[in-house]
Design a binder for this molecule. Structure first.
Ligand SMILES: Cc1cc2nc3c(=O)[nH]c(=O)nc-3n(C[C@H](O)[C@H](O)[C@H](O)COP(=O)(O)OP(=O)(O)OC[C@H]3O[C@@H](n4cnc5c(N)ncnc54)[C@H](O)[C@@H]3O)c2cc1C
Length: 401
């Protein structure tokens, strides 16, 4: 019987690499397993919020990511179905912040390299197919190859619908907003700038993120029913859908060349009732996924690694029981995400009603400070509760200054 590792991390996306690095920084022995071989693709809008820079710096990865030359994003522009647009900048007090856009294959491979550099043992091509349990505790993982790896803690960072989330239980498709997503990488999109774009159209929305070089990420999210015409003809479906539902985006992408075939996934939203049990915590998308409209996924994945490292470290040092560690993580994760998820649901409801989306956009167009505040929330450095209180609603109702 091999000795138990302190921590086994399942999945080497942003959640898995962040958790590995933060625990390694505390001196623990960490093994990271990923089914894929890197660089691997991940369907994503690839716009990352400014708050990610703080987390990357804490991981010692800031210079590595900056060295990839990501496209700096200074804010967001939202276009309503009737063409009304509003734009906000990432601004905190007098300070101008920036997010960035970068191919996930490059970002994730770099973060995995950082994990290796600080002493995390990384095994690629290692698919986990279940956890090992003893007396109600998770005590290791089982690989598809048949090998088992004993561990004092397992961190499930294997994304939506992963084996880790199934091992915690209570996983179900979200009841409302059953949406699918399609992502394209295109060369030659017209009128790109230094903001991320969100175009609200019939039945969903389409994001544009300018990537380094002459490339852009164009991704749309629509109700599952819209994807019935997609089977076996994704590229044609993608172009037709832009013409039909997002004509302003279509006009800017007609002359483009795809650098890779489009990819689609869904249903997107997964509700997770519990995120931890003794010996196992769920991080990143494995901890539940709502909707990419407010674009927090990568930052939240990194942040969940930072949150988990506290209680896992305490438990490994014998300062708390596995039960306490699991409850602490559950609590802190909920506190960190509750308001943003609530706002996200509210925005999804607005997006689903074109007349309401147009009216809200017209209100916001003439209120630059409110736009900055909203974009700051999307950027994860302004608390989301600011947009949930009566003050914000009143601000939208009063005549513009
Ligand atoms: C359409 C769309 C657009 C999005 N746009 C944005 C955006 O613009 N900005 C943003 O911040 N977020 C966005 N997101 C969300 C973001 O992509 C995710 O939140 C983020 O990737 C979560 O990171 P993660 O580390 O939890 O999981 P992932 O990045 O999915 O990594 C999971 C890893 O686990 C591995 N794995 C899976 N199963 C196993 C197994 N059984 N054994 C071993 N390894 C396994 C996989 O190979 C993978 O490497 C978007 C998502 C979608 C769907």
């Amino acid at each position: 019987m091999t000795a138990a590792r302190d921590v086994v991390v399942v999945g080497g996306g942003p959640a898995g690499t962040a958790a590995s690095v933060f625990l390694r920084q505390q001196g623990f022995d960490v093994l990271l397993l990923d089914a894929a071989r890197f660089p691997r693709d991940k369907i994503c809008g690839e716009g990352v919020s400014p708050e990610a820079w703080r987390l990357l710096a804490a991981m010692g990865a800031r210079d590595d990511v900056a060295g990839l030359g990501p496209h700096a994003l200074r804010g967001m522009r939202v276009v309503a179905p009737d063409g009304t647009a509003f734009e906000g900048s990432y601004r905190r007090g007098g300070q101008v912040l920036s997010g960035f856009a970068l191919r996930r294959s490059r970002l994730d491979t770099t973060l995995l390299g950082v994990a290796r550099r600080v002493g995390v043992e990384v095994r690629e091509g290692a698919r986990v197919d279940g956890v090992v349990e003893s007396a109600g505790h998770v005590v290791g993982v089982r690989l598809e190859s048949g090998e088992t790896v004993p561990a004092r803690w397992v961190l499930g960072c294997d994304g939506r619908w992963g084996v880790s989330a199934r091992a915690v239980g209570g996983l179900q498709p979200a009841r409302r907003f059953r949406r699918f997503a399609l992502r394209m990488h295109l060369h030659g999109v017209a009128e790109l700038s230094d903001v991320g774009e969100m175009h609200v159209g019939r039945g969903g929305y389409c994001g544009i993120a300018p990537l380094p070089g002459d490339e852009a990420n164009v991704a749309f999210v629509l109700d599952a029913s819209a994807f019935r015409r997609a089977a076996g003809r994704l590229e044609a479906f993608a172009r037709e859908t832009l013409e039909d539902r997002f004509p302003a985006v279509a006009a800017r992408t007609r002359e483009t060349r795809a650098s890779a075939p489009p990819r689609a996934i869904g249903p997107l939203a997964v509700a997770v009732r519990r995120r931890a049990r003794p010996g196992l915590m769920l991080l990143g998308d494995a901890a539940g996924f709502h909707d990419p409209f407010t674009g927090e996924g990568v930052t939240l994945a990194l942040r969940s690694g930072e949150i988990a490292a506290g209680p896992v470290g305490d438990a490994l040092r014998g300062r708390s029981s596995p039960q306490t560690a699991a409850a602490t993580y559950e609590d802190e994760y909920r506190r960190a995400t509750r308001d943003k998820f609530r706002l996200n649901r509210l925005l999804q409801a607005v997006v689903a009603l074109p007349a309401l989306a147009n009216a809200v956009a017209r209100r916001l167009r003439d209120r630059p400070r409110t736009c900055d505040e909203l974009v700051g929330i999307a950027g994860d450095f302004v608390p989301a509760r600011r947009a949930l209180g009566p003050r914000f609603v009143l601000e939208l109702l009063r005549p513009p200054r």
